[in-house]
Design a protein around this ligand. Structure first.
Ligand code: IPD
Ligand code: CA
Ligand code: CA
Length: 258
């Protein structure tokens, strides 16, 4: 894959991340998309920056971004963008959020970049070439037991109205793992699996932009990513189970009971 495209994606993620950082505490408007699902003017500004850059650099490429209708093109290239993953955190000034940009070629994610501007941490992965954090190779943890693991998860935005809301799995894993964190950014949760900070992560009802870049970063760091029963993972599917691979089976035993 061309280095130029990767450099473009990294540069664009950094620019969008700088915009997010500059606007912390300066949100102009908040709209509710659902009971607890919000979008701010800063999500939209970050998305406009990224989409404008792609349209200028690669006018023939498709674009799937969270806050805009999909731009379908007759091209094997498709960019999958979350301009601000962790909007709830952002709107409260909780400094855990990021920009996530993935690139699909012919339906396969081949490059991903996730940038956390508050920590100045840039995670990348290229298909078949490994994953990095600020340019250095990363790898998953070596913890082999669920009981010694630090897990991460999140809850779907329909948790008030749907019984399929992860509270059952959350209580079960709370009793089995060393501890669980609900940090509020799926893309960063996946990067934290890739860099060995978390050992396992599961979440349901995610969207392609939450996981396109992060899922490649997990698999390229030696981690495993599947559905809840261990079957193939799809960024367009409803289940995401990512781990250091060692505790994966133990986690599928709980998550396949649905
Ligand atoms: C959300 C975050 C959160 C996850 C939600 C996502 P957003 O994305 O990744 O951690 O639990 O399911 O929708 O709305 O902040 O871009
Ligand atoms: Ca998101
Ligand atoms: Ca978002």
């Amino acid at each position: 894959m061309e280095k130029g495209i990767q450099e473009f994606a990294i540069d664009t993620a950094r620019k969008a991340g700088a915009l997010l950082k500059d606007n912390v505490g300066r949100i102009g408007s908040i709209e509710f998309k659902g009971a607890v699902d919000i979008v701010t003017d800063v999500d939209r500004k970050s998305e406009a920056l990224i989409i404008d850059a792609i349209k200028k650099a690669f006018p023939s490429h498709g674009i799937l971004a969270e806050e805009s209708p999909e731009l379908k093109q007759d091209s094997p290239f498709k960019w999958i963008i979350d301009p601000l993953d962790g909007t709830t955190n952002y709107s409260h000034g909780f400094p855990f959020f990021c920009v996530s940009i993935g690139l699909e070629i012919s339906g396969e994610v081949v490059f991903g970049v996730v940038y956390d501007p508050m920590m100045d941490e840039l995670f990348t992965a290229e298909k078949g070439k490994g994953a990095t954090l600020n340019g250095k190779k990363i790898a998953v943890s070596a913890i082999g037991e669920l009981g010694k693991s630090l897990l991460a998860t999140g809850f779907p935005y329909d948790l008030r109205s749907s019984a399929d809301n992860n509270l059952d799995f959350f209580s079960e894993f709370s009793l089995r793992a060393q501890a669980i964190r609900r940090a509020g950014s799926a893309a960063l949760d996946l990067c934290y699996i890739a860099s060995g900070r978390f050992d396992g992560y599961w979440e349901m009802k995610l969207k392609p932009w939450d996981v396109a870049a992060g899922s490649l970063i997990v698999s390229e760091s030696g981690g495993k990513i599947t559905g809840f029963s261990g079957g193939p993972f799809s960024i367009y599917g409803k289940e995401c189970l990512a781990s250091n691979s060692l505790i994966h089976e133990e986690m599928t035993r709980i998550l396949s009971r649905r």
